[in-house]
Design a protein around this ligand. Sequence first.
Ligand SMILES: Cc1cc2nc3c(=O)[nH]c(=O)nc-3n(C[C@H](O)[C@H](O)[C@H](O)COP(=O)(O)OP(=O)(O)OC[C@H]3O[C@@H](n4cnc5c(N)ncnc54)[C@H](O)[C@@H]3O)c2cc1C
Length: 421
Amino acid sequence: MQGGLPRYSAWAVVRNALTGGRGWRPVWREPAPRPAYDVVIVGGGGHGLATAWYLAKNHGVTNVAVLERGYLGGGNVGRNTTIVRANYLLKGNGEFYSHSLKLWEGLERELNYNVMMSQRGVLNLAHSDGQMDAHARRGNAMRMQGDDAELLDREAVRAGWPFLNFEDARFPIHGGLLQRRAGTARHDAVAWGYARAADARGVDLIQECAVTGFRVEGGRVLGVETAKGFIGARKVGIAVAGRTSRVAAMAGLRLPIESHVLQAYVTEGLKPVLPGVVTFGMGHFYISQSDKGGLVFGGDLDFYNSYAARGNLPGVEQVMEAAMALMPMIGRARVLRSWGGIMDMTMDGSPIIDRTPVEGLYLNGGWCYGGFKATPASGSCFAHLIATGERHPAAARLGLERFATGRVLDEEGTGAQPNLH
Ligand SMILES: Cc1cc2nc3c(=O)[nH]c(=O)nc-3n(C[C@H](O)[C@H](O)[C@H](O)COP(=O)(O)OP(=O)(O)OC[C@H]3O[C@@H](n4cnc5c(N)ncnc54)[C@H](O)[C@@H]3O)c2cc1C
């Protein structure tokens, strides 16, 4: 048993198959909100739910509510292309994503939930000698951080990924940087796994409960106004991804964040053609094959600000062009679905886990393209900050002050332009 929940196991599946499934129970409760909590988390996506779990597990803080305006996992955590990796160059991001990948590796056992974590590898292609040099540099940084990285030459890439274009490509493949421990996970199962585990420790998960304001007195947060009335809280954490700037504005905060739409696509199921995740080096394009056989891929943002969770045709064209340049056989596959999600893009493309000027109000946001892979580390570092008041060592450089001091974490090197990161 896990806090009153039956443990999932092969034996439980067999027993329930033989008894008409009567042993299964709802995996979380539907509680009415209490008048007040020690901690209220705004946003029931991956990061909010993970924060609730680590508050309970690592810090024994269980008088916690997660307030979600829609349904749990209906945001970006259920819309992304599921890529998990720890291959960042800069100090600050390096140790944070390294911490995250280590947590991913033990997550299913920790949650007793199959999140389908699959370490099938992430290969970043290089299409010039200069890009090979840059990959070598980043691979060295990854190894210095304690993570794995291998530089592959063209023939090694061809041996493992024969369906890429090696014949008449506009951008010939020179080699690539491979992280074997990276891969994919089933995105919405991550939300469900954290939700189930947090609920079992007594966390109240309250759906259809939009936060509409903050009650602040004397510079200190006292609670939140919601669709279900006022809920008091000693501490409040914001984890609302694409809506970060709007929600923070309710507390009078103006953040270095813009919201943009990002689209993703999936084809019909095909026989295995891609062993892992591949990223194109001559454009922003990433692709993997799901366990059902669909090719799952995406590219750049749509480049304009939006709160609409759907994209436009120029974004589609750019992604399809990159797909055809890298892997012409994809032109024979039919795209089944495309969808969009709202990304909270910071000025330097890196996240924020920090206090705010309002006492008791904490901020987790700015996840840009990297928020799914960050989920475990984000939850554990945000819980640490909320519970102890101190930054977790892995998130020590993810503070708001970097936008004032100029010590930004600009992995892309594109400057203070959120849509280009
Ligand atoms: C198409 C696409 C592909 C992506 N691919 C990847 C990838 O391959 N790898 C990767 O690492 N990252 C990827 N990302 C980014 C990643 O999905 C996000 O950064 C991450 O999911 C954001 O954190 P979250 O899970 O907490 O967000 P969400 O799931 O969006 O959670 C935020 C929640 O807050 C709720 N909320 C908002 N306002 C309020 C309010 N006022 N009151 C209460 N609740 C509120 C929302 O309803 C939502 O459920 C991708 C994103 C998109 C859109």
